[in-house]
Design a protein around this ligand. Structure first.
Ligand code: ADP
Length: 330
């Protein structure tokens, strides 16, 4: 709505400026022609007293008037073209910055909505779990453990949220320093998947195909955050019971991690945008999945700092495959 209103106002204004500009150019040309005709009539009057009418048209005075008229037309056309080019360039730049501004406002609004939701729901559900435990002290062992496990998973989600926020802030103001150490990616992927499996319930199925002791040189916590964000997304955006495939291999001189899911997939025109900060597909008000739009932004930035990259492709028959490439540790 905000975007549509600003666009309409902007394009109405731009249209008005272009129409007035064209009108002024036509008016100047008309005034120039009129002044030429008037000068010619005056000249004809003074000419008629001295010479015959036939030589008037070919006289030097009339030719001088004609060439003055042409010079002015060229001047109007030349200056008009310069103004038109400036106007077009300015319109293009303004429309681009307006689009960016409106997108940023929309993303900030989405971020506030999503973060409020992200904070409120785990806090509320943990509070309910604590109140239940307090009220029913003699709860049977299974229910007791279930409530505690739910609270732990809520706390994990909050921790992950806070970590992502801190990481994004550090990346943004260039204070994130990567520590370089030998990282065993095979162990790290296995560990992250186990942790997510433990907290995401029995209906989550993972298929791991990890080569042993795949090593990269990098920042352990940064790379853990990359793996966690990608595996969490695969779980979050696919239905209960769907299988998430995780493979890790060394291919030529690269370490390649692939995380494939059978979720809704990502349309081609969104494939680049999802790596922007706060970007989430769809409208915040109608979305059912939780998130802040920071995960993939962090993933891409951390991988770039490691001279690596991330891309997304379509999975067959449905879903998406996120592919991470990192330089092998020599
Ligand atoms: P978040 O998950 O917190 O919204 P991300 O930056 O991790 O933020 O992802 C950005 C958007 O990309 C998500 O909102 C979602 O629309 C889309 N997305 C990410 N991963 C997947 C996936 N595996 N399947 C489908 N859509 C995805």
């Amino acid at each position: 709505m905000l975007k549509r209103n600003s666009n309409i106002t902007f394009y109405v204004l731009v249209g008005y400026i272009f129409i007035s500009f064209a009108w002024w150019v036509l008016l100047l040309i008309r005034i120039n022609n009129q002044s030429f005709e008037e000068k010619r009539d005056l000249l004809r009057l003074s000419f008629a007293q001295k010479y015959p009418d036939e030589i008037f048209e070919s006289s030097a005075e009339v030719r001088a008037l004609e060439s003055e008229r042409h010079r002015k037309v060229y001047m109007i056309a030349g200056e008009g073209t310069v103004f038109l080019v400036i106007l077009i360039v300015m319109t293009f730049m303004m429309s681009r910055s307006l689009r960016r501004e409106v997108n940023l406002l929309q993303q900030q609004k989405n971020f506030l909505l999503s973060i409020t939701h992200e904070l409120r729901s785990p806090i509320a559900s943990s509070k309910i779990a604590m109140q239940t435990l307090l009220k029913h002290r003699a709860l049977d062992q299974n229910k007791f453990e279930g409530l505690l496990l739910n609270s732990i998973s809520d706390m994990d989600r909050l921790t992950m949220l806070v970590e992502n926020l801190l990481l994004a802030a550090k990346i943004e103001d260039h204070t994130f320093r990567i520590g370089y150490g030998a990282c065993n990616m095979s162990d790290m992927v296995e560990h992250v998947v186990k942790k997510i499996k433990d907290t995401s319930g029995a209906e989550r199925k993972f298929q791991l195909n990890l080569s042993k002791d795949v090593m990269v040189l990098g920042d352990r916590s940064g790379l853990t955050s990359v793996i966690t964000n990608l595996v969490e997304n695969a779980v979050k955006y696919s239905a209960d019971g769907a299988i998430v495939n995780v493979t890790l291999n060394e291919e030529k001189d690269k370490v390649v991690l692939r995380i494939a899911d059978n979720g809704p997939g990502i349309p081609d025109h969104e494939k680049k945008k999802i790596f922007q900060k706060f970007y989430r597909i769809g409208e915040e008000e109608t979305r059912r999945t939780k998130g802040t739009g920071l995960g993939l932004y962090i993933v891409e930035k951390i991988l770039t700092l490691h001279m690596g990259r991330v891309s997304v492709k379509n999975n067959v028959p449905l879903g998406s495959v996120f592919e991470v490439e990192l330089p092998c540790m020599k």
